[in-house]
Design a protein around this ligand. Structure first.
Ligand SMILES: *Cc1c(COP(=O)(O)O)cnc(C)c1O
Length: 372
């Protein structure tokens, strides 16, 4: 049996007539860069996130970067985040002119460990970026309390957590800004690149809107030095079509994750994802930890199962960040899971039979290891 990691072609096959119609409307209206379709999607997405505003952008990376700029963070400032994330989280901090400072993740949830924040605080600390890794919100309450106490801005990296919930409220709605990516493989994906910032803060919202359009508030009158980070009209129209399916798709992901959990429970050597009591996890990634990860990865591949590793090298050990002078051993949890993580196929398209097959193949591989 073939089990692709994700099957975007299958996702789009059933939506094709609606998507084609949406794209045709954009062409008819010639609203390609920003415009009415972006305005409409922004309203819909803000509603889905339970926030007052959303701003459509070109990518999730831009959402993080512009949020930092709009919060006034730059040269000489420090921003606390986690090393177990996609590179963009730290990159955005660097691109804003500030310095990323890492704290380790919790060993069960793989998200920011709030008890580590005090140790990373300096007089230069200005913001915290928790990452809702794999679709599970970080433990926001203690993070928000810490931020309030020390007058820090909270910017959520919700790129993997569309409609994940923390104590019943949507991820991205807690901080000054919630940053989303609509990269095609995300739980809500465009047909190209796109991202958004959500916020409840009117002034912050206005600043993000200005920054994404070359800092102009009126055509050719530039109040700020901004950049071109506008969302593409075609992407917005397609995202409006797909947003209507997000809850349903997330529910299927949660069902498939539960099936994996039940099946893999029999194998003591597999650490399955832990859903915290405060969370509705949306399983953008279903990652398990195993000792002999590389062997398992190769063996599953030879059985037609495509897996991934998110992420094989924590950000503090990336060559690009050598200048920060972190070293091996600084963040033991992130380093361990980077060695042990294997992401199993999960999506709204994967079938029960495919999940059963993956579980079976993992079982076969693990019992073979025990015997030899
Ligand atoms: C995907 C992702 C981003 C970046 O989003 P892009 O749209 O690819 O720029 C940032 N942070 C995390 C955690 C992501 O998964």
């Amino acid at each position: 049996m073939k089990v692709p990691f994700i099957d975007l072609k299958a996702q789009h096959r059933s939506l094709r007539p609606q998507i084609d119609r949406a794209i045709a409307e954009v062409i008819e209206a010639a609203a390609f860069a920003g415009g009415v379709f972006v305005d409409r999607f922004e309203k819909e997405f803000a509603r889905a996130c339970g926030t007052n505003y959303a701003v459509g952008l070109g990518s999730g990376t831009e959402a993080l970067w512009l949020s930092l700029l709009a919060a006034g963070i730059g040269q000489g400032d420090e921003v606390i985040t986690v090393p177990m994330s996609f590179m963009a989280t730290a990159e955005a901090i660097t691109y804003a002119g500030a310095t990323p400072v890492f704290v380790d993740v919790d060993r069960r949830t793989y998200t920011m460990d709030p008890t580590q924040l005090a140790g990373a605080l300096t007089t230069r600390t200005r913001a915290i970026i928790p990452v809702h890794l794999f679709g599970q919100p970080a433990d926001m309450d203690p993070i928000l309390v810490f931020a309030r106490t020390h007058d820090l801005v909270v910017i959520e990296d919700a790129a993997q957590a569309h409609r994940a919930l923390y104590r019943g409220r949507p991820a991205g709605s807690f901080g000054r800004a919630g940053c989303f990516s609509f990269y095609p493989g995300k739980n809500l994906g465009a047909l190209g690149e796109a991202g958004a910032v959500v916020t409840n803060d009117a002034e912050f919202h206005a600043r993000i809107r200005t920054l994404r359009d070359h800092g102009q508030t009126q055509k050719y009158h530039h109040q700020l030095i901004g950049w071109n980070c506008r969302m593409d009209g075609i992407q917005a129209a397609v995202l409006s079509v797909k947003l209507a399916y997000l809850e349903q798709w997330n529910a299927i992901r949660r069902e498939r994750a539960a099936r994996y959990n039940r099946g893999l429970r029999a194998f003591g050597e597999v650490e399955t994802p832990f859903q915290a009591e405060y969370a509705r996890h949306v399983y953008h990634i279903y990652a398990v930890c195993v000792q002999e990860r590389d062997d398992l990865l190769a063996s599953l591949r030879s059985s037609g199962i495509e897996c991934g590793i998110h992420y094989p090298c924590p950000i503090h050990l990336q060559e690009a960040y050598r200048s920060l002078e972190y070293c091996e051993g600084d963040f033991p949890v992130s380093e361990r899971i980077a060695r042990q993580f294997i992401s199993l196929p999960i999506s709204a398209e994967i079938t029960d039979d495919q999940v059963n097959y993956v579980v079976e193949q993992i079982g076969a591989r693990l019992s073979a290891t025990v015997v030899s």
